[in-house]
Ligand binder design. Structure first.
Ligand code: AMP
Ligand code: ZN
Length: 479
């Protein structure tokens, strides 16, 4: 197995990756807070998890991965009370929307998606251990973690706690960067209608940081090899996770490698709900014709994974267009190969076959790039070199059937990482044909060619298509 290196936030360096058990690499990623649609910045963080998963698998590891769903927090309580819904009623559609987004972006499902509200027992158990180990104090019915009691506090985020006034507390789930305070483990209910659990700790609900520590324990009965999240979670969230897990289970390894993914920006600023400068996946997909949704989602996926996870990425529509062109370069090459193969009466899908010399070398270089802290830029550069070579061989007609099959197998492996290509010849779909007719009709009307416009309208009518003017423009539907 080749050497794999990841940049570990704990050491601030690239380190050789040695999982506890190569047959089961355990990965935990902080997931969505389900009170609204995820924006594409959040989705960049989730796509990074997908890239990590696909890369580990391609590099020969078996994986067991978890992403939590935060279905209880300040915002969820605020909005569910306002809408007079129970927590479950309020979060259910947002959980579904998250699952749909993941599916649309071709993100592989993980092994576990635990929910905070279903893990209360393990959170109580963790607090009990922390109490036994002397980290917990009570104030007004809530329980707090005393960070001055944990010797290693600050080792992950490199935050300095000297000078911190001990006993200053934060009650809210989110707080200002670099403001070091004791954090809440168990919150006593404060408002009317606030959801709470009656437990051996008393009435209340868990603090946000506790959920990840408890779920990791719950799912793996140990720590994990890799923990991921966006850079904004490094402090205080992940620092607090370390304090909780290592405080509750002293002497045990909690996380071996911390991987943090950078932000998606808009005009140089972090995309965020609070700034209002965000797009959801749906915002972007609504802008295209129904028949283009699949290819648009592929461009979005490609754009969000094609910059290295530790670099900031500025989102713009022109970048999305560039991503579309790149995907098309891959796909055109596959389409040409499929066409050539038809001449040999070979139909896709091609069974997995061994790669020959040249192809094997390309693939090895691609794997080397991934093994180097998921260097996707190098991976793509290698892939495009290969595409150039394949296209020129196709131009000169120098290849035999075997070379064509190996090229396709090589591209299939590339797509096991990228997840944006297809390997069957696509017929132009019925929907695409209708989209096209509708556009032609609009064009004809614009040019005052009413005879042509009427003729297309009749054609659409005979196909059972109804045209409707909506606030989003002209739409069609079947009768
Ligand atoms: P949330 O649903 O707010 O808990 O966030 C889910 C994930 O999205 C976390 O890993 C965040 O770090 C990440 N995240 C939030 N905003 C951005 C952004 N603009 N770019 C990339 N990741 C983000
Ligand atoms: Zn977390």
């Amino acid at each position: 197995m080749r050497e794999v290196r990841f940049h570990n936030s704990l050491s601030g360096k690239k380190e050789t990756f040695t999982p506890s058990d190569p047959n089961k690499v355990t990965v935990y990623s902080c997931g969505p807070t389900v009170y609204n649609f995820a924006h594409i910045g959040n989705l960049r963080a989730f796509l990074f998890v997908d890239l990590l998963r696909r890369s580990l698998k391609a590099l020969g590891y078996r994986v067991d991965m978890t992403m939590n769903i935060t279905d209880i927090d300040d915002k969820i309580i605020r909005d569910s009370i306002a809408q007079k819904l129970t927590i479950q009623e309020f979060t259910a559609p947002w959980i579904k929307a998250f699952q749909e987004d993941i599916h649309t972006l071709n993100i592989e499902p993980l092994e576990h998606y635990p929910r905070a509200t279903e893990s209360i027992e393990s959170m109580v158990e963790m607090i009990r251990r922390l109490q036994d180990n002397g980290f917990v104090y009570e104030k007004d019915g809530s329980l707090y973690y005393s960070i001055s009691k944990f010797k290693g506090y600050g080792k992950l985020s490199k935050i300095d706690i000297t000078g911190m006034k001990s006993g200053t507390r934060y009650d809210t789930d989110e707080y200002e960067k670099d403001d070091v305070r004791d954090f809440v483990l168990w919150k006593y209910p404060k408002q009317e209608g606030e959801h709470s659990w009656d437990t051996s700790l008393g009435k209340g609900r868990p603090g946000w940081h506790l959920e990840c520590s408890a779920m990791i324990r719950d799912v793996y009965h140990s720590g994990v090899d890799i923990h991921t999240g966006g850079v904004d979670l490094l402090f205080p969230h992940h620092e607090n996770e370390v304090a909780q897990s290592e405080g509750a289970y002293p002497g045990e390894s909690f996380v071996k490698y911390w991987l943090h993914s950078e932000h998606l920006l808009v005009d140089g600023e972090k995309m965020s709900k609070s700034k209002g400068n965000f797009f959801t996946l749906r915002d972007l997909l609504e802008k295209v014709k129904p028949s283009e949704i699949v290819s648009h989602a592929k461009s979005i996926r490609y754009l969000l994974i094609s910059s290295h996870y530790r670099t900031k990425l500025n989102f713009s529509i022109s970048r999305l267009e560039e991503a579309k062109t790149s995907v098309a370069r891959f796909q055109n090459c596959i389409d040409r190969l499929l066409e050539e193969l038809e001449k040999f009466q070979v139909k896709a899908p091609i069974q997995s076959i061994d790669l020959g010399g040249e192809f094997q070398n390309w693939w090895e270089e691609c794997l080397d790039s991934l093994a180097d802290d998921l260097n996707i830029s190098k991976f793509l550069a290698n892939s495009f070199d290969a595409i150039k070579r394949i296209n020129s061989a196709l131009d000169s007609g120098e290849w035999k059937k075997e070379n064509l099959q190996q090229s396709l197998e090589f591209l299939r492996r590339i797509d096991s990482i990228l997840g944006v290509l297809h390997f069957q010849k696509e017929e132009i779909s019925a929907d695409e044909h209708i989209d096209d007719l509708v556009l032609q009709r609009q064009e004809a009307r614009k040019n005052k060619d009413f005879a042509k416009a009427d003729q297309i309208r009749d054609q659409l009518q005979s196909m059972g298509i109804v045209l409707e003017d909506t606030k989003d423009g002209l739409r069609w539907r079947r009768k």
